[in-house]
Ligand binder design. Sequence first.
Ligand code: FE2
Ligand code: FE2
Length: 250
Amino acid sequence: MKRDELVNFLNGIFSTHLGIEGGANGLQVEGKEEVKKVGFAVDYSLDLVSFAIRDNVDFLFVHHGIFKKEINSIKGYFYHLIKDLIKNDINLYGMHLPLDLNEKHSHGIKIGEMLGLENMEFYGNIGGFKYIVYGEFKMEKDIEEIKDYILKNVSDTLKTHEFGKKKIRKVAIITGSGISYVDDVLSREVDLFITGETSHSYYHFLKYSKLNVFYLGHYNSEKWGILSVKNLVEKRFKIKTIFYDIPTYL
Ligand SMILES: [Fe+2]
Ligand SMILES: [Fe+2]
């Protein structure tokens, strides 16, 4: 298929939020016009490029792309990051916050679906957009049961702070680095906050707030939207796709 057809299709999915983060979203590095195989990954990295070259991938879709807002020089790590990509004519497409905020494909919505949450909606305010996924269990669920499910199906790097109720109904989710938004999360009553990463400095505040927080790890919280877009592209265009699972364990 044509690269531009794929780019237009993807831009269309994320059009509502596309402008939220300037030029960092969309086609970041232009490569060949004809696309036969599409690779998907959470992070852009040297490892990813080497796998893409090995597998003859023509187009890479990532959540964390090349974030340089202004490029004044191409040297060192940045040079190496793009050197083999350009040499091999591979397209790089990045979709950061617009993926996090997407009502169908965001990691948070996908995690909510896996957990069986109902009445899902977004709340909170980041740059005028709602960004926290909220959902409810139909009936109260034991916190241990949720932990077991997550460990088996969502994240084997789960860590928890359990300062709240043992029976859970109301859940908030911010994937990635979510802990710094906990004030916004608490603008609504929730029994459990699920996020990616934490920071030492929040421990006592969370205890004071009697909040349960599950940390899936940044990486393990942000695979799910990528997999969702991968399935969509594969079905829609009958094109070969590969998901590159390159965990950071963080
Ligand atoms: Fe992230
Ligand atoms: Fe994210």
